[in-house]
Design a protein. Structure first.
Length: 487
């Protein structure tokens, strides 16, 4: 860790309050911030340094995973925070910002570095990056880095345009693209787990694995984000980024002690090996869904089209399920099923790996259909479970499932943003999305976007509080599989 000025655009916004300040605070408590660490918060509103610090403190009390008890340590943490007013389009505001940054750096004592964190809407990425460059803010004495968060574009073309603009101010090595799923502790476990356990390493291929199921189910609806969500849908909001990142993390095969470059290179290889979908036949592999009225945990909720801010005839996808195939020697023939949706029965992000049963007599579903499953629970619970099959001592001739598992307590484990901010400060890009991954993801998704836009794919409905449209079950049934929900 080195002396750093953390320049935060969008300092009074929701993401900053809910995630960024609590993450910095927990890093501070764990002595993971340099002594010379300063934050300059930026926003359009006039706010004094004191009022800004009070706001940061409130956010810690509301959202920190560790309770804020020790006021002396909070006070010492808050000393690092200053505020500057800035309108992203006003060139002169960047000049004033540069003065403030230089002032802060004078007291730092060692070569100061600059991290620009853009916690703002994507429409501001380009003007901010260009103004950083034009104002001289980008000419740091030490390193400079840019942290941005999805969405990286709206489709392939806009993503490419955005990247081109950013590259005028920052090199690829300087850009840290956050996909917060990559910061989740269990996701960071995925490659290491198979790599460091020879038993699993040996089984991690198409000889032993029957299929992989990646689910991110949410119980929430569109919340207050109707304006955004109705133009984005589950495909852009979750699938193109989080879900494909989970797939890459599960499917990569890494040499031991791989460097960040190797990790990203291998992820790129996975994306390159993903079999493209034929736009004329998307329906065969992709299920598009939208929720209708239903109930979540017994509480009635309206259908998507009756949500405030959503048009009555909206064809937006709130659910998507897809079958993907990776054409490489390890995974050829293993279907990867991905599904994600709003207003589903439970909040659960998990990956289930179903192992083959070579001794199974026929393809009929047997009474004791208890395959070996390896389940990664990513959130809200964090843990790993291995399902094995054992004789049921109480029922002669029958079998039962036994589970070997471990779970962690979320209070003790660093949150995604802590992991990611810490890595970005240390210059470790392993768990950030490289441009190649982003571009390849958009390329893969683009035919689906086209098919959705042209409505050449049916929009199936599902009741809020269910597991999604019945057609998503059919997708697996065609291959002789089914979703494992409660394993
Ligand atoms: C965000 C999406 O990226 O991820 C949201 O924009 C979604 O729509 C959220 O709710 C889910 O994140 P998590 O960490 O709660 O699974």
């Amino acid at each position: 860790m080195e002396a750093t000025t953390f320049v935060l655009f969008g300092a009074t916004g929701d993401l900053a309050r809910r995630k960024i300040y609590p993450a910095l605070y927990n890093l501070f408590l764990d002595h993971k911030l340099h002594n010379s660490f300063a934050v300059i918060g930026l926003g359009r509103r006039e706010v004094t340094d004191e009022a800004y610090q009070a706001m940061v403190e409130r956010s810690l009390r509301d959202f920190s995973r560790r309770e804020v008890k020790d006021t002396a340590s909070v006070r010492s943490f808050l000393k690092a925070f200053r505020y500057n007013v800035l309108d992203v389009g006003h060139t002169e505001d960047y000049v004033k910002l540069l003065e403030r940054v230089e002032q802060v750096e004078t007291g730092m004592g060692s070569t100061p570095n600059r991290m620009f964190y853009l916690s703002v809407g994507p429409e501001f990425f380009e003007p901010i990056a260009l103004n950083i460059e034009a104002s001289g803010l980008g000419a740091a004495k030490g390193w400079k880095r840019l942290v941005i968060e999805k969405p990286f574009g709206h489709d392939l073309q806009s993503a490419q345009e955005l990247n081109l603009t950013l590259s005028k101010a920052f090199t690829e090595e300087e850009i840290y693209r956050i996909d917060h799923y990559l910061g989740k502790p269990m996701v960071q476990e995925l490659d290491v787990f198979q790599q460091t356990n020879p038993v699993l390493h040996a089984l991690w291929n198409n000889r032993y694995i029957a299929n992989v199921q990646i689910t991110a189910a949410e119980t929430v609806g569109v919340e207050e984000r109707a304006g955004y969500y109705d133009h984005v849908g589950a495909l852009r909001d979750m699938f193109q980024n989080h879900m494909l990142q989970l797939l890459m993390m599960l499917a990569i095969r890494l040499p031991k002690d791989s460097s960040a470059d190797e990790v990203r290179f291998k992820k790129r290889e996975v994306m390159e090996a993903l079999e493209p979908l034929d736009e004329a036949n998307i329906e065969a592999s992709v299920i598009r869904g939208q929720y209708t009225a239903g109930a979540i945990k017994g509480i009635p909720v309206p259908g998507y089209r009756s949500e405030a801010g959503i048009s009555a005839g909206s064809m937006n996808d709130t659910f998507i399920a897809a079958r993907l195939q990776i054409d490489d020697p390890f995974w050829k023939g293993v279907p990867f099923y991905i599904r994600t949706g709003k207003r589903m029965k439970e909040k659960s992000t998990r990956i289930v790996i179903e192992f083959k049963e070579p001794l199974k007599q026929s393809s009929t579903v047997e009474e004791d259909d208890i395959p070996n499953l390896l389940v990664f629970e990513i959130s809200p619970n964090e843990g790993i479970t291995l399902q094995l099959k054992a004789r049921d001592p109480r029922n002669k001739g029958k079998f039962k499932a036994v589970h070997i598992d471990f779970h962690t307590s979320s209070i003790e484990v660093p949150e995604a943003y802590e992991n990611l901010i810490h890595d970005a400060l240390n210059g470790d890009p392993s768990f950030f999305a490289h441009w190649n991954e982003v571009e390849l993801s958009w390329k893969w998704v683009q035919p689906i976007l086209n098919a959705f836009a042209g409505n050449s794919v049916p929009l199936y409905s599902y009741a809020a509080g269910s597991h999604g449209p019945a057609e998503s079950d059919q997708l697996l049934a065609q291959d002789g599989h089914h979703w494992w929900l409660d394993a």
